[in-house]
Design a protein around this ligand. Structure first.
Ligand code: FNR
Length: 207
């Protein structure tokens, strides 16, 4: 369950992808929040806006449908899990935006990554280039959660790139419509997008 991102507004749209879009490398964005108005979703939309000239940007929307992990169901998971795995496998690069809950990543996100990492030896995340970013209304910018997420992704086989972005005091860096309006954060996010595009084999245009 993913939606493409419109490059002009940065909002999710349901329009059909064109043939040209289909030929671009795929960037899959995953946000670890189910909250309407999530800063981390807004961060992914901002990245999508910057990247959509060169990448087919898809935002994963199925996090809330993933059941609790059950090792007995690894080989016959729920459809939502199969869809998550397919979305990751189709992606050339991942951008994961995590909130920080009690100094770590949200349980919903960890749960989804656990599913994606199994069965053993067949992780959907294996060798998948990934960048971790995060936003929080606090001063830390979800830095502790990002650190944990990098460790979890690495253990799951992903190639975690050394780029990142911590958006602290998030309420002051997004406007009322959820647009990232902080120049410094936008510039760093543009660097992240450039690195993801290069990793996917295309050159990002100037942000
Ligand atoms: C939080 N929040 C939070 N923030 C932080 O910087 N460090 C933390 O340890 C925590 N802990 C925490 C626990 C729980 C259970 C909740 C619900 C929240 C605040 C959190 O950063 C804030 O709600 C963000 O807005 C969540 O991200 P989204 O939903 O805006 O993407």
């Amino acid at each position: 369950m993913t939606t493409p991102v419109d490059k002009t507004s940065g909002t999710d749209t349901s329009r059909a992808r064109t043939a040209a879009e289909g030929s671009r490398p795929v960037l899959l964005g995953i946000a670890g929040s189910l909250r309407e108005g999530s800063f981390n979703h807004a961060l992914l939309r901002a990245a999508g806006e910057l990247a959509s000239d060169v990448l087919d940007v898809r935002i994963y929307e199925g996090l809330g449908e993933i059941p609790p992990f059950n090792e007995d169901r690894e080989d016959s998971p729920a459809a939502a899990v199969t869809e998550l795995r397919r979305s990751i496998e189709e992606a050339d690069v991942l951008l994961i935006a995590t909130p920080e809950y009690n100094s770590s990543i949200p349980g919903t996100l960890k749960n989804a990554l656990d599913w994606a990492s199994r069965p053993y030896g067949a992780s959907a995340l294996a060798d998948k280039p990934a960048v971790v970013v995060g936003a929080s209304p606090g001063r830390g910018g979800a830095a502790q959660a990002q650190e944990d997420l990098r460790r979890v992704l690495g253990r799951s086989g992903a190639k975690v790139l050394d780029q990142g972005l911590s958006v602290s005091r998030a309420h002051s860096r997004f406007d009322d419509t959820g647009r990232l309006v902080d120049d410094e954060a936008r510039a760093t996010l543009a660097e992240v997008v450039t690195r993801l595009a290069q990793t996917a084999g295309v050159a990002a245009r100037s942000a």
